[in-house]
Write a protein that binds this ligand. Structure first.
Ligand SMILES: [Fe+2]
Length: 294
């Protein structure tokens, strides 16, 4: 058997892993399999110093599965409706991407019956402070490790509960918060109809590894089915705090050319919005389809 040269090291001493000397444009099948296996175990992989065209990013993404088109097509990269732009950059009055997206803990597309398997993010412009320190870090936490750390009584309590996921409600809250600096239109009735409120299990089985993961988050989960609102809020806060234990978080300090891929069941993430124009940020994101939640 041929020995693959791709290796990984812990990213900053955390659960996340960083690929060493990998060029994501030219992976053999064997190298890709090595990466995918590591990804399915770890949930967050980092690759530095990449040089991808939009087409390269799509081709890489397609090796993991079907690439989804984002609900908000107004933030697609021109000519590439599978690529979602995250940016605070303005062209005239228009912001070219989704600005300050994901600034609270969440898993991407958890409000869909078949949430995305994973997301891939590639950085083109990263803001810095006056002494050159990068801004706009992204934080990652393992929702699988968090479940494992729960006590037996906590596990029993949440075993059969379902969280209420409300994308449209969160979008309207964000729209009002950002109306002054980055105005955006409300979701249309047609857009809203694509993302009705749904429930998801509080404890989700990872579709491949079958690991149990905490699958509620402070962004999209507004309640627990059948539970009084105040009790649900207390429980949701408790579970969120189990996920985001500070010394277990991976904090990614971005450089131009970084690629991060993350599993949306095994992990949660959050973007830090500690920059503003003229500090510019621009990243490209793809989402890969997943299977319906079991
Ligand atoms: Fe996100």
């Amino acid at each position: 058997m041929q020995i693959t040269e791709i290796s990984f090291k812990s990213a900053d001493g955390s659960f996340a892993k960083e690929g060493v000397d990998v060029d994501l444009r030219s992976l053999s099948d064997e190298e890709f399999n090595r990466i995918e296996n590591e990804f399915n175990e770890t949930g967050v992989l980092v690759f530095r110093s990449q040089s991808l065209t939009p087409q390269n990013l799509i081709e890489l993404s397609k090796r993991f599965g079907e690439v989804e088109k984002h609900l908000r097509q107004e933030f697609s990269l021109e000519g590439f409706n599978e690529i979602h732009v995250l940016s605070n950059i303005k062209q005239g009055e228009r912001t070219i991407g989704s600005a300050y997206a994901g600034d609270a803990w969440h898993a991407d597309l958890c409000f869909k019956k078949a949430p995305s398997r994973m997301s891939i993010l590639y950085s083109l412009e990263i803001p810095h402070d006056e002494i050159g320190k990068p801004l706009g870090d992204t934080l990652f936490a393992s929702a699988a490790d968090a479940y494992d750390r729960l006590s037996d009584s906590q596990k029993n309590r949440i075993a059969d509960l379902r969280g209420i996921m409300q994308y449209n409600r969160r979008q309207e809250i964000k729209r009002q918060e950002r109306a002054k600096d980055h105005p955006r239109p409300p979701l249309t009735e047609e857009q809203k109809a694509k993302t009705p409120d749904i429930t998801q299990p509080v404890v989700r089985l990872h579709p491949l590894s079958k690991r149990k993961c905490i699958y509620v988050n402070e962004t999209y989960t507004f309640g627990i089915e059948g539970m009084p609102e105040e009790d649900a809020k207390t429980l949701l806060d408790e579970l969120q705090n189990e996920v985001i234990v500070p010394d277990r978080i991976y904090r990614h300090k971005w450089k131009v050319g970084d690629v991060i891929m993350w599993d949306n069941c095994l992990t949660q993430h959050k973007a830090i919005g500690d920059y503003k124009l003229p500090q510019r940020r621009k990243l490209l994101r793809t989402s890969i389809s997943g299977t319906p939640v079991e």
